[in-house]
Design a binder for this molecule. Structure first.
Ligand code: FES
Length: 160
């Protein structure tokens, strides 16, 4: 059994969040609570997810599933900046794999890794629901599309 405890501000966030839902439906607050935890720690640890599960009366596995399903959650320490490139069908057809390879070479990292020089974490993600802007990406949570090598290079230089 872990001695880990969520900080008071997260507990307050949880209390406030669950009041938005009918009694017995506190699990509906899980995504918002995970975002608050991620904002506090920078990423989601297993201990923190377990504590969230306990607070929301959820099985820990359900919290892990949500955290792993949505690409906006971070499961390990990341850089100051985040580049998430979608490689699903619409984006793949418009050159996303080539862009991902280009980013990987520029940053000298593989998807899932963080470039020390630029403090950029490169992520390959599933559909961002921005297929009309393919190839789509998110830079620090902001949608960019269509992304091309020039835009990518310009942004990476800004991070230097
Ligand atoms: S396939 Fe890339 S945003 Fe939908």
């Amino acid at each position: 059994m872990s001695n880990f405890e969520l900080p008071v501000e997260i507990i307050n966030h949880i209390q406030k969040s669950i009041k938005k839902y009918p009694a017995g439906r506190e699990q509906a607050a899980v995504k918002s609570v995970l975002m608050a935890v991620q904002k506090h720690y920078g990423y989601l640890t297993v201990q923190a997810m377990d504590a969230v599960a306990a607070q929301l009366n959820m099985p820990p596995m359900s919290v892990y599933e949500i955290a792993h399903f949505y690409s906006l959650y971070r499961l390990k320490p990341c850089g100051k900046n985040e580049l998430a490139i979608c490689t699903n069908v619409s984006c793949w057809l418009r050159g996303a794999e080539d862009l991902l390879k280009y980013a990987s070479e520029l940053l000298d990292v593989q998807p899932g890794e963080t470039s020390e020089k630029y403090s950029i974490t490169l992520k390959e993600v599933e559909c961002l629901a921005a297929c009309g802007q393919a190839p789509a990406a998110q830079i620090n949570g902001r949608y960019i599309g269509p992304l091309d090598k020039e835009k990518l290079l310009a942004w990476i230089k800004e991070c230097d």
